[in-house]
Design a protein. Sequence first.
Length: 318
Amino acid sequence: MFIYLGTYALIFGWKFAVAIVYLLFIHEMGHAYAAKKIKLPVSPALFIPFMGAVIGMKEMPKSAKDEGFVAYMGPLFGLFSFLPAIPLYVYTHEPFWALLIILNLIPITPLDGGRIAAGISTKLWGIGIILLFAYSIYHLSILGFIIVILGSREWYKLYKKQKRLKDDQLEVQELENLLKKLKQESHSLDSTLELVRKAKWNTTDMEMIKLLNTLNVEIDKMKKDHYLQQLSGTFSLSEEHSHQNQQVILGLLNQLEKRLTAFKKDVQITESYYKTDKKTKMQLFLIYIGLVIALTISYYFGNQILMNHPEIQKAMNN
């Protein structure tokens, strides 16, 4: 934060630097407060010169409703943060307080609005991306283009997940059945190997495929060792050797079970994360509209000051 403050102070002066850091800090504390309310662990605010500030979520919210709540509290705190500047500007006509009002628009990024809108419908992301793309072209905004690219990428990833949801649910069921059979047949190398080779063609999860390949290699190695022993005249494995083989197979099956649990959880999140009831959709919609109205008023008021105050125009032009 102090590096951010110093960078802006050197370029724009200490008043501008203090104003922008103050607004960004209050905005991010809004997100942090909301995260704490729903017991979501977050990192301290990270300030990035010429980009803004961000808090990192150490785990994902449980639902789009919770994500929308965290997203909404940032702009709300930001709105409250500049309200004291209005009477101070009216009373003193000091340009610094007017600048504080105008700068309130900076911490409000489309990302917060997109996270609020997700609980209403993820299709709104597409509308937001189109609108921001048009805005970025009109104003030649590099930051706008970056957000469009990042937002489009996230939207496409979500679209792909939702499109293959039924296939993933079916795959989870098949993998659960497979794991059950593998545990039942783990004492037989031939049966286990046959099940593994069939399974590799029926899963799209790369971690599962990697574990199945490892299991395949280990069983091939066990069968090879058994064959070499037979050539040497030993027709059965010792009890200790059989136990070791069994432990290796069970260890890999436990890893497969853990990976399957993670994969199943991911599929369940895709299915339920963005599902909200009508009441929640209406609440999020009203919150979103309220935020838009508040920002519109803020923009109008700030623009009026900008047009009527030559000192501010000069500062902004510089």
